[in-house]
Write a protein that binds this ligand. Structure first.
Ligand code: BTN
Length: 252
């Protein structure tokens, strides 16, 4: 999909909230709208956590995408976004990020980026946090293993240039998802996926699932093989422990 020229803001509570609020009010938000904040004061992570980023040093932005017809189809949108981020990081920095279900971007097992998809009106807001120039001390203060491009390569990056590189790849991966759903991104997802074949646990709503991560279903749901030979499907939650860098709100 064609992504529009990014709207840069100095400070927003959350780029996801900003776009969701505009959509809920009925303001026009064309598909492909990109909103970026140099600083978020209330960055949201998945599962009620907060997202911490270094002000002016990391990328925090959201993209408006036309919502698909069913919730199942929406599952793979942030997965496609994670692949776009990973591909851009590889092209720009020569690193080889991996992805972790449902939508983390990892480098050597530490979290480089996270993605949060939220529905508002007839759109899906895909929010992306990417650690760009965060230093090791700030990363250590997050409480979960985190890494930035700068920590991995020893150089600083211009946020505008990294964003341009990411949007370049993101548009292509979101188009693949829009046109072909998870099957269209499956092979690349599996190629980059961390933890395949390993024991995994997922809290999917009220259900606690555990088993060996053996693959992904037609919509991108995680398939966990249990010792009794059955296979459980996880549609929500995340593979634990996620090595992430968002914190539960209560830990603030
Ligand atoms: C996660 O928990 O891994 C998802 C983190 C998503 C963070 C991004 S930063 C830009 C956008 N705005 C938010 O408030 N959250 C997302």
């Amino acid at each position: 999909m064609r992504l529009l020229t990014p709207e840069w803001h100095a400070v927003l509570p959350s780029t996801n909230e900003w776009l969701c609020a505009r959509l809920r009010r009925g303001d026009p938000v064309p598909p492909g709208t990109v909103v970026v904040a140099r600083q978020q004061t209330a960055g949201r992570g998945r599962r009620g956590r907060v997202w911490l980023a270094a002000p002016g040093e990391d990328l925090t932005f959201s993209v408006a995408v036309r919502a698909p017809a069913t919730p199942q189809q929406a599952l793979a949108a942030p997965m496609a976004a994670a692949l776009g981020v990973a591909a851009a990081v590889e092209a720009m920095c020569g690193l080889a990020p991996r992805v972790k279900w449902p939508n983390d971007v990892l480098l050597s097992g530490r979290k480089l980026g996270g993605i949060l998809g939220e529905h508002a009106g007839d759109m899906l807001v895909v929010g992306i946090g990417l650690n760009v120039n965060m230093d090791a001390e700030t990363a250590a203060g997050i409480g979960r293993p985190a890494v930035s491009l700068s920590m991995a390569t020893g150089r600083r990056y211009a946020l505008e240039e990294v964003l341009a590189g990411v949007l370049d790849r993101l548009g292509g991966w979101l188009t693949r998802w829009e046109e072909g759903g998870f099957p269209a991104i499956r092979s690349e997802w599996v190629r980059r996926c961390a933890g395949l074949g390993e024991p995994a646990a997922v809290q999917d709503g009220a259900r606690r699932l555990s088993g060996r991560l053996v693959g992904f279903g037609a919509w991108g749901q995680a398939l966990l093989a249990r010792p009794d030979g059955t296979v459980a499907e996880a549609w929500a939650g995340e593979i634990e422990a996620d090595g992430g860098h968002s914190r539960r709100s209560s830990a603030r």
